[in-house]
Design a protein around this ligand. Structure first.
Ligand SMILES: [Zn+2]
Length: 131
């Protein structure tokens, strides 16, 4: 069931809300940017994502077609966004930036792993324990 969560970067300049069903699945990936930024995310549709403040503080880093935005004050990446090949916009909300999620909710959320390092996003990497 979807629940509305509030999220911020570290300094609070960027604030958002997202309606997420954590039980429907989260993702981790071993591609270079997910590895270096410790990505653990949930995919959210545009109608379920609201940027409340801080758009002017965000810098857009776009190495791979996805907009990996980060706060220019504190450096934290609250979310990313992109367009699927089918044309739909999506947001990838970083669960680490949710302020009102319970530890138990995160611990119980199923995780799908992607082998992005080998460009096999539909497959699970052989090792996932460190992700
Ligand atoms: Zn910040």
């Amino acid at each position: 069931m979807k629940k509305t969560y509030s999220g911020t970067c570290h300094c609070g300049a960027v604030r958002f809300e997202a309606d997420i069903d954590l039980g429907a699945g989260t993702f981790k990936c071993n591609c270079p940017i997910c590895t270096k930024t410790r990505m653990w995310g949930a995919i959210v549709r545009p109608e379920d994502f609201r940027l409340l403040r801080g758009e002017d503080r965000l810098k857009d880093y776009q190495p791979d077609g996805v907009h990996h935005v980060f706060c220019t004050n504190c450096g934290v990446r609250p979310y990313g966004w992109g367009e699927e090949s089918s044309g739909g916009k999506f947001y990838a909300v970083r669960l680490a930036c949710l302020d009102d999620v319970e530890d138990e909710e995160l611990a119980g959320a199923p995780v799908t792993y992607s082998d992005g390092r080998n460009d096999r996003y539909d497959e699970r990497p052989s090792e996932t324990r460190h992700l």
